[in-house]
Design a protein around this ligand. Structure first.
Ligand code: SF4
Length: 397
């Protein structure tokens, strides 16, 4: 294969090769008092813990509520009986092992069951449990499925984190997808740019791979996952710069998480910085009611207030996020809230009948999820929600 020479980055020395050291044992973190560690180890037995020295180094241990700490260090509240492991019923859209097909044009390949570190609020934490068998190392069945479905124009590599796979495996998968002519966009969902920017910066073979297959007519997208502006260190920014120089289009998606980014100032700082570095915000997700996630959840109404306030700052490029709930019936955008109502619309819908549907629910400041809401009543006893005429919103690509 021809090696494509990459343009030099402008940032220079920060990219010196480095290997992060993984930390899987809470006892190896001296900043946590020993008596606290025992409790946290119980949590980690249920919901696995993994971090690395670089990411742990971003924590301000003098601040008991430090957002980076909340993101990565277990909390005993995770053991409360709340939510379920597959909160948006991904099982229902799994067409074969490691292959999800919910919307007509997009297929997800769950091709890796590990991440660079584990976000405490992860909605796919079930994948990291020993007994789980949803992820596949062999994507050949998924590739056959995609090849047989000409409607599929987008393939998302996800998991787990695909960028934790070997470059050899990534090459096999990306090359195979590029042989399917109707697939135009390959997305790579990854938090490695936040957890370990050197994964990409150190790997010229991976850079060549992406530069080769992100072509002018068919791009590769990095769906980056930064949750807090403090994750945007110089080296992380250099990592994003390298993706961009490889021809990869970068966007960011993250959930709204209590104690991490549920503050309009923090969220707006994140969005503005992301827009400056060429990785603008794409989705802000309402946290799914996933088992173990109670301490990280923000009610819908509060979330909408934070989101609305955060969007007051920055240029239009910093305000491109949509605030959505990844519900089992589709991606539902939270459009507005007033004294009495919450206004929603299907941005993507699993069933054709719901495509573009506009919905009005009674305001409920305690609700975390669509299933906690009650439809509003229209005059004359008619019940909302109802279908709006703008069903074209989810038309053919
Ligand atoms: S990187 Fe993504 S998949 Fe991995 S633990 Fe975090 S949220 Fe979950």
């Amino acid at each position: 294969m021809t090696t494509i020479p990459l343009p030099q980055t402008g940032l220079g020395a920060a990219a010196d090769a480095r290997r992060v050291k993984y930390v899987r044992d809470i006892d190896k973190i001296p900043n946590i008092p020993p008596e606290e560690r025992e409790n946290l180890k119980r949590v980690a037995e249920k919901y696995v813990f993994r971090a690395n020295d670089y990411y742990l180094g971003l924590i301000d241990w003098n601040d008991p509520n430090d957002p980076i700490k909340q993101l990565i260090i277990p909390r005993v509240e995770e053991l409360s009986d709340w939510g379920n492991l597959d909160a948006s019923n991904e099982a229902a859209v799994t067409v074969s092992k490691g292959v999800q097909h919910k919307y007509p044009h997009t297929v997800l390949l769950l091709c890796n069951e590990v991440c660079g570190a584990y976000c405490r609020y992860c909605f796919r934490k079930r994948l990291f449990m020993d007994e789980n068998d949803e992820v596949t190392n062999d994507v050949s069945e998924g590739l056959r499925y995609i090849a047989a479905n000409p409607n599929v124009t987008n393939v998302l590599l996800t998991g787990g984190d695909p960028l934790l796979m070997s470059t050899r495996r990534l090459r096999e998968i990306i090359e195979a997808i590029r042989k399917i002519d109707h697939v135009k966009i390959i997305r790579i969902g990854s938090k490695m740019p936040a957890f370990d920017p050197w994964r990409f910066l150190n790997d010229s073979e991976l850079q060549d791979l992406l530069a080769r297959y992100s072509t002018p007519h068919k791009r590769i997208y990095l769906m980056a996952h930064f949750d807090h502006p403090r994750e945007l260190t110089d080296i992380a920014i250099e990592g994003i710069d390298r993706f961009i120089r490889c021809g990869v289009i970068c966007v960011n998606q993250c959930p709204l998480i209590k104690g991490i980014n549920d503050d309009p100032q923090v969220l707006s700082n994140l969005y503005r910085k992301l827009s400056w570095i060429g990785c603008p915000p794409y989705y802000l997700f309402q946290g799914r009611p996933t088992a173990g996630n109670e301490p990280y959840e923000v009610p819908i109404v509060r979330g909408w207030e934070i989101f609305r306030e955060a969007l007051r700052y920055g240029s239009g490029l910093a305000r491109r996020a949509r605030y959505c709930m990844s519900h089992e019936t589709g991606k539902i955008e939270i459009l507005a809230v007033d004294e009495k109502h919450i206004y929603l619309r299907y941005h993507r819908a699993k069933d054709e009948a719901n495509r573009g549907r506009f919905m009005i629910y009674k305001r409920n400041d305690e609700a975390y999820w669509l299933d906690h809401l009650e439809p509003a009543e229209a005059g004359g006893g008619e019940k909302f929600p109802h279908t709006s005429p703008d069903v074209f919103l989810d038309g053919p690509e």
